[in-house]
Ligand binder design. Structure first.
Ligand SMILES: [Zn+2]
Length: 224
């Protein structure tokens, strides 16, 4: 029993060491923003890593200027072979699945969506998750650098959709509201979510209609 434990300890130490040896970390500073990029996938083309960095330095200052100039100045990004989703963001750190970058190397604006979550900074949000994700995809649609080659578009309206489907469905609804009902709505909603002043009544106050009424009008004439 004791021997097995010792062997297990040695094996795990070796694995940690070899994982560490494969992890590269680089820190970039530009335009007042610091980006630390770590990568534990030695098989990933370094050009793809360079694209991540370039995309960050294009979109993050634009998102900050548009939505939240007080956003974090120091951002961390990790390309991780062990991450099983596509990407996620928490506490100023973006994690991107290495497998996703192999599969969809043109989908570089996964960075745009994720760093928008840093800009959003809603904390313990008082608003719905579908709106948070809808705004992040609205921002990707607005500021993304490679959406078309990635074949990333806002999907056409379908009667089976609803505003709380989140992501691109909600983003397209927000585009429609901006164009047909209330220019500036997204910035205002984003601001309210950050200040924790958002309530369900915010839609009515800002547009004269509840979110359900807005969706009904959208579903009747969804052209954007
Ligand atoms: Zn998201």
């Amino acid at each position: 029993m004791k021997k097995t434990l010792v062997l297990a300890a040695i094996l795990s130490a070796i694995i940690i060491k070899s994982a560490d040896a494969q992890t590269t970390s680089r820190t970039y500073k530009h335009g007042g923003y610091t980006l630390t990029l770590t990568n534990n996938d030695a098989t990933l083309d370094t050009a793809e890593l360079t694209r991540l960095v370039k995309t960050f330095y294009i979109v993050y200052p634009e998102l900050a200027k548009e939505y939240n100039p007080a956003t974090l100045k120091d951002v961390k990004m990790a390309v991780d072979t062990s991450y099983k989703g596509v990407a996620a963001t928490a506490d100023g750190k973006v994690t991107i699945a290495a497998s996703w970058l192999h599969k969809r190397p043109e989908d570089i604006d996964v960075v745009t969506h994720e760093v928008m979550h840093i800009v959003q900074d809603y904390g313990e949000s008082v608003g719905p998750g579908w709106l948070t994700e809808g705004i992040a995809d609205y921002a990707r649609n607005q500021f993304g650098v490679n959406n078309a080659p990635a074949k990333w578009t806002l999907p056409d309206f379908k009667p089976t959709q609803n505003y709380d489907n989140a992501y691109r469905v909600t983003a397209r609804f927000l585009v429609w509201i901006e164009k047909k009902v209330k220019p500036g709505l997204v910035k205002e909603m984003d601001s309210q979510m950050r200040k924790h002043t958002y309530t369900d009544a915010s839609w009515k106050t800002l547009t004269g209609k509840t979110v359900d009424e807005l969706w009904k009008s959208y579903s009747e004439n969804p052209a954007i």
